[in-house]
Design a protein around this ligand. Sequence first.
Ligand code: GDP
Ligand code: MN
Length: 387
Amino acid sequence: MNVHEHQGKDLLRRYGVAVPEGRACFTVDEAVAAAEALGFPCVVKAQIHAGGRGKGGGVKLVKDVAAARDAATAILGMTLVTHQTGPKGRLVKRLLVEQGCRIARELYLGMVVDRGVGRVTVMASTEGGMEIEEVAARSPEKILREIVDPAVGLAAYQGRRLGFALGLDKEQVGKFVRFLGGLYRCFTECDGSLAEINPLVVTEDGDLVALDAKMGFDDNGLFRHADIRELRDTNEEDARETEAAKHDLSYIALDGNIGCMVNGAGLAMATMDSVQGAGGEPANFLDVGGGANTEKVKAAFKIILSDEAVQAIFINIFGGILRCDVLAEGVVEAAREVGLQVPLVVRMEGTNVEQGKRILADSGLDIIAAGNMREGAERAVAAAGRA
Ligand code: GDP
Ligand code: MN
């Protein structure tokens, strides 16, 4: 789960990490009042769960009340498009108004759980303020790394090594070690999966401040962090994924136009492959699970139908614990409730397959039957092409 910049900064502040003073605002008037209270210059920043806001016009430095009002009016309600939002962009519903800071240098500091080494890895670079992906592609040697031994924790010497390599002076290195220590404690105690401070700035007075903060947390650790769970902003999440989570379905939205309904993660992966093999693109990954009942199947089918990008649906079920008749009943009920406007291809095999097929045939739904998985994928892709 990701959180907004202002929420990440509030967390960091609790761990003694230096962040600018600021306030989250939901209206233009709130933003103007915050700017007046903080003083000028200050910065008006769009709060969305995506980076690259500066380039997209979502971060504005303002020098007086009128400019603050203009910036807040322009940014609140705008659809901000960045390299991380995709072409559809994200509607801005909240702002962070923050004290301005005089920047001498912009550095990059990141922390991730590196699955390759199974440890927390700290990344730092002198190339702050720009997209780190670009730095990694063009000049990977400019990204410094320290791997943390979990039994020891982040050692001060690792911070010093990074600090000196970043070209900080002795006094700044001391500040960097404290900054990094606070960030590491926050990251580990909160079950972080990603922390990105880009830029970490050196101010003209030689202080180190987190000017940006992108924080993500391990969903599997959220049960022990009620305070972080409360920060969830479903506006920033795919509505269908949120709905699927409520029904305990494994659903991931994708960019294609073939809606897939499958049981079992392995079969779901194979189904996505066969759709691609047939020249199509899946609209989602969906595993309804082994123990699914009619209600769950119904919910899953409705989620697929609610996606306007879906031009055909491919149901690929191996009836084991989930029986084919149960699946068929869920599909028919959902289709009756929501209306089925796209072609439906069904391939079923296994327990109660004859009953399942009969339920579908008797339903009056227009169903394209498929004898096997490849045929099903091909028919779904062909049907989507005609749609
Ligand atoms: P991002 O584009 O989504 O990563 O948003 P950031 O929070 O990183 O802001 C983008 C850029 O705005 C930063 O790299 C800074 O150059 C600039 N910026 C942000 N806050 C301030 C500030 O207080 N003063 C000045 N001068 N520039 C700022
Ligand atoms: Mn940034």
